[in-house]
Structure formats: C-alpha cells, structure tokens
Design a protein around this ligand. Sequence first.
Ligand SMILES: [Cu+2]
Length: 118
Amino acid sequence: MQMKRISVAIFVGCAAMLLSRIAFAHAHLLSSTPAASATVHGPDVAIELRFNSRVDGHHSFLSLVTSNGSVALTIDNQSAENNLNAHATLTPGSYTLRWQALSTDGHITRGEIPFTVR
Ligand SMILES: [Cu+2]
C-alpha cells in the first residue's frame, strides 16, 4: 500500500515536470543583428540575437568563425532577458556567427548566422 502511494507520487511529479518543460519551451532564435546573409558596415559591429524565451547570458556562447579559425566573443550585459548581445571590431570579409543558447528550462539550442562585413 505504501509502495503504491510512492509510485503515484513519483508519477504525478514526473507529469508536472514534463508539463513545465513544455510550458517553458527552449530558446528559438527569432531574429538577429546582423541578419542571416546580411552585409554590414565595419569596423564596429553590434551583435544582437533575439529569442522567443529567456536565455542565460552567463552560460551561453558566441563565437565568430572565419577562414582563419574561430574567436570566442564576450557576451555583453543583455539588452533584454530574451537577448544575447556582443560587439566586435571586424575587418571586411565573410564571417559566421556561431551561437549556443541556454534557456531557462535548461535546454541548449545552437545555430549559425553567416554575414559579410564591408
Ligand atoms: Cu526546452
């Protein structure tokens, strides 16, 4: 009898956890600056990624990939809790912004945004 009660409690706990995970969907990228495939003016480039949910700026990662390799970017103070911000000084050329975002539900999403600096 005691055993049955415990297993029911575990089941209810799991269902609640599952529901809360669905409610706090992981971070999907809504838009970015630079936009994908955009050409922007250098040398000072402001980077902003906007997501559909809160992201943890301290446990997310941004890097810039060029033909010479990749450089990690320092994430600035977030302009909004759904955003990741950074800035870079870039010479003309092709770049890929690689991002990895930790959302508040503990899920990680990642992607790449190619852009050109002229
Ligand atoms: Cu998630």
